[in-house]
Design a protein around this ligand. Structure first.
Ligand SMILES: Cc1ncc(COP(=O)(O)O)c(C=O)c1O
Length: 314
């Protein structure tokens, strides 16, 4: 997929052209994957472009950096302001924002502590991540032969580039075998997450999702969906989930910034429920999309409207 990018890139406090956003191959990140990043959607709404859960994404980025002992020269408020300015400067209506923080050129050994920390904010267009009709019709997936990272190996709570080498193995295996996506188990064989999505299942009217102890990224869409499900009167349980629950679920769906809420029709060619998006999945999709697209009241304060002055929350 060729990227339909926006021209202005924010780099260490200044706007530079997309073509100038380059690094030297001897940069620390190239050999040692010393990169933390985010993925954020900005939605087109009747009140102009609105960034979804900017504060939570910024917090997760700062947390990821903290785990890897990376000090940022910018406060959370400055980073949030910069992302709003990125949208404004590029005249964007809707986009995907990709903040990247990494160790640049300097020392060439494993020790990252003397290498400069670079920050870039990029924006591009991103449609339906798992295919044009994925959110409408659902997708066919498999359980991956690759597990997610074992505890105390690579921290799953950090959105770190290194974790995505594991994600790439899951994704390539799934695509090679004719599936759209793979679901990885954790190191104990319990359900973890997709290569780039969290997972939820509906069983007996309750909604389940693996707990953070199952090597999952603390997804911001996961959190939003939990809030909306509770608002709609459903019980949401975070717990360890056996692999076979994927086959026995009445409904199954992925959540993520890129995937939004994507129903799953089958796992390992075993039909999930009736083999089509279920009623609870549909209700959550409708509620979620109506809020992010500005058609329903933003009662949780999830949207940052880029055409308005950004309220200093911190
Ligand atoms: C591995 C992984 N899990 C879960 C998610 C979902 O997280 P979020 O909803 O914050 O995008 C993502 C996407 O960022 C991901 O890459």
């Amino acid at each position: 997929m060729a990227v339909e990018h926006y021209e202005k890139v924010w780099h260490n406090g200044e706007f530079i052209p997309w073509s100038g956003a380059t690094i030297h191959v001897a940069s620390h990140v190239v050999s040692y994957a010393s990169c933390l990043f985010e993925g954020i959607r900005c939605y087109e709404t009747p009140q102009g472009p609105a960034i979804f859960r900017l504060k939570e994404h910024t917090d997760r980025l700062v947390n990821s950096c903290k785990i890897y002992r990376m000090d940022l020269d910018y406060t959370r408020a400055q980073l949030e302001q910069a992302m709003v300015e990125l949208v404004r400067a590029n005249g964007i209506k809707a986009c995907y924002i990709r903040p990247v923080v990494f160790r640049g050129l300097g020392e060439v050994g494993v020790n990252p502590l003397k290498n400069p920390v670079e920050i870039y904010l990029l924006a591009w267009k991103w449609g339906r991540y798992l295919g044009e009709n994925a959110t409408k019709d659902g997708v066919e997936v498999c359980v991956s032969s690759w597990h997610r990272m074992a505890p105390n190996t690579l921290p799953a709570l950090a959105k770190a580039a290194s974790n995505y080498m594991n994600s790439q193995l899951i994704k390539m295996e799934a695509l090679t075998n004719g599936y759209v996506e793979g679901i990885a188990l954790d190191s104990t064989g319990h359900v973890s997450e997709g290569s780039g999505e969290n997972i939820f299942l509906v069983h007996g009217g309750k909604i389940f999702t693996p707990s953070l102890a199952s090597s999952v990224l603390p997804g911001i869409t996961r959190d939003a969906v939990t809030t909306l499900a509770q608002e709609l009167g459903y019980t949401v349980v975070e717990q360890t989930l056996a692999r076979e629950m994927l086959y026995l679920a009445d409904e199954l769906f992925f959540t993520g910034t890129a995937a939004e809420i994507t129903p799953i029709r089958s796992v390992d060619r075993i039909t999930v429920g009736k083999g089509q998006p279920g009623p609870i999945t549909r209700k959550l999709q409708e509620r979620f999309m109506s809020i992010v697209q500005g058609h329903a009241e933003d009662k949780y304060g999830w949207l940052t409207f880029c055409n308005q002055p950004v309220a200093a929350t911190r």
